[in-house]
Write a protein that binds this ligand. Structure first.
Ligand SMILES: Cc1cc2nc3c(=O)[nH]c(=O)nc-3n(C[C@H](O)[C@H](O)[C@H](O)COP(=O)(O)OP(=O)(O)OC[C@H]3O[C@@H](n4cnc5c(N)ncnc54)[C@H](O)[C@@H]3O)c2cc1C
Length: 181
């Protein structure tokens, strides 16, 4: 683990391509963390379930990967876009991400993706996912609960993670992933 994080080239601290910052990180354990990335300027609208691509520059080259947004779109602009990320042994980007301190400049583009809820669909939703795969569903549950839509009623939103399951109530729809993706 130590070699993974130290035997790496320097990450550029500033660059014209950077348009965002890592405003907060919360390490769940050594290989799972939550990151919040906020645009310098106006936030970009997205639908729950979509993903953003985040990256940094190393040797003047952008290194970037896509990550599903867990935020409610209503708060992503102010709090930062929330991502659940697993550190990949031998990976290119995640070891770089793990080295970033809060405040580090980044590049973020998006959103992309068509894995979104149908508009005006009031059926009860059952969300099943594991590890960081929770992220798009957390975004959906947060938005449904905020909007007071039927699919977001606490008794009907269920999140299943590896080995454990939990029924989400309105106050727990933002829970972080409990295990690896
Ligand atoms: C739409 C989308 C959403 C995603 N959302 C999330 C998310 O919410 N959270 C999350 O954690 N991840 C998510 N991912 C995955 C994420 O984008 C990255 O793929 C992941 O973080 C690994 O990136 P990395 O650069 O560290 O690893 P990479 O460098 O991409 O390597 C990935 C794997 O391939 C192996 N590998 C790389 N190169 C070689 C090679 N030449 N030969 C053999 N093996 C090799 C590595 O050892 C590693 O096991 C998402 C992906 C997509 C497409």
């Amino acid at each position: 683990m130590t070699d993974l994080l130290t035997d790496a080239p320097p990450i550029e601290t500033d660059a014209p391509q950077y348009n965002a910052s890592l405003v907060r990180r919360l390490d769940q354990h050594e290989s799972l963390a939550t990151f919040w990335v906020r645009f310098d300027g106006d936030p970009v609208a997205f639908d729950p379930g979509q993903y953003m691509t985040i990256g940094v520059l190393v040797d003047r080259r952008i290194v970037q990967r896509p990550y599903s947004v867990a935020s409610d779109p209503a708060v992503a602009g102010s709090d930062g876009y929330e991502f659940y990320v697993r550190l990949v042994q031998g990976g290119t980007f995640t070891p770089l991400l793990w080295r970033l301190a809060e405040g580090h400049r980044m590049r973020m583009i998006g959103p992309k993706g068509k894995f979104v809820l149908e508009p005006d669909d009031d059926r009860v939703h059952l969300f099943i996912s594991s590890g960081t795969g929770n992220a798009p569903f957390v975004a959906m549950m947060r938005a449904l609960l905020r909007e007071g839509r039927r699919g977001g009623r606490s008794s009907s939103t269920v999140s299943r993670t590896c080995g454990t399951s939990a029924t989400s109530r309105s106050s727990s729809a933002g829970s972080a992933p409990a295990s690896t993706r």
